[in-house]
Design a protein around this ligand. Structure first.
Ligand SMILES: *[C@@H]1O[C@H](CO)[C@@H](O)[C@H](O)[C@H]1NC(C)=O
Ligand SMILES: *[C@@H]1O[C@H](CO)[C@@H](O)[C@H](O)[C@H]1NC(C)=O
Length: 265
């Protein structure tokens, strides 16, 4: 089981590295693809995109990102010398390929019901917190200042980053990620723009049947996402304080998962 966690951690990391490489690759692509100025600006996600109501723009952006990913993977990554590959990814190409083969069956999700029960039971047993299907948080992945929209990427901790939003289970296994939004973007905004939100909000929530994801105070309290009680000056009741303590002890799994992910590399 631990092996599975480690493998999943590695694949997430590879995704992150690929994303970071996008940004480094910006110039190269402009030269070889002769992207129009207008399109080039979509290369990096600007915050103001969020204020535009045009799905068309977002789709264009996704298309372009895919193009960049494919180009990077097929033209750059696959042509790397063995030593370059190892330097970038800290594992050899043959290990990488072996990992991919190992991972493929794990990425095929079987139907959700037993999985959901496994997780809620897990949280119940380890943390004595009922009906929890995951813990969510964001983590900042440092990047070099991008040429486009650098301000958007400057986070409140004082460095340039892209955000990794993740939901993990009681074993610190990543269940869902959303990566790529600029560092200055607020956690709740990232959530609202993620597939997770889309899926959970649009789904008939009876399917979830009073099961929740736990998030910290940076997230909105929703029918499927529970945040701690806020002290708005009147103090908290004993029950609320107790609830918040249990909530935080349960949520810590996501912090530990980020720790493992980063520690490994
Ligand atoms: C969050 O929503 C739930 C209902 O889904 C409610 O019971 C709980 O009190 C709310 N928590 C806060 C902190 O508002
Ligand atoms: C969530 O992330 C925020 C900021 O990135 C951090 O301050 C907080 O401790 C994290 N909370 C948990 C429970 O992981």
């Amino acid at each position: 089981m631990n092996d599975i966690n480690e493998i999943q951690t590695i694949i997430i990391l590879i995704i992150i590295i690929i994303l970071i490489k996008h940004i480094e690759l910006e110039e190269l692509l402009i030269a070889s693809y002769s992207i129009e100025q207008e399109e080039e600006d979509f290369n990096i996600l600007p915050l103001n995109l969020l204020y535009s109501q045009h799905n068309k723009e977002i789709n264009e952006l996704k298309k372009l990102n895919k193009l960049i990913s494919n180009y990077w993977f097929n033209e750059i990554c696959l042509n790397m010398q063995a030593f370059e590959f190892k330097r970038h990814f800290r594992l050899t190409r043959s290990t990488f390929e072996w990992l991919c083969c190992e991972i493929i069956p794990l990425l095929r999700r079987n139907s959700n019901e037993p999985e959901v029960n496994r997780i809620t039971n897990g949280f119940k047993i380890t943390r004595n917190f009922p009906n929890v299907i995951g813990a969510i948080n964001g983590s900042h992945i440092p990047i070099k200042a991008p040429h486009l929209f650098p301000v958007d990427y400057f986070n409140r901790k004082g460095f340039y980053s892209i955000v990794l939003q993740a939901v993990v289970d009681h074993k610190k296994k990543f269940l869902d990620i959303c990566v790529g939004w600029p560092g200055s973007m607020h956690d709740s905004r990232i959530l609202i723009n993620s597939n997770l939100y889309n899926k959970f909000n649009n789904q008939v929530t009876t399917h979830l049947n009073n099961k929740y994801i736990l998030g910290d105070g940076g997230y909105p309290n929703l029918s499927w996402l529970i945040v701690p009680y806020k002290d708005i000056g009147r103090g908290l009741t004993q029950e609320q304080t107790y609830f918040n303590r249990k909530h935080s002890q349960t949520r810590i799994k996501v912090e530990q998962a980020f720790g493992l992910l980063k520690g490994r590399w």
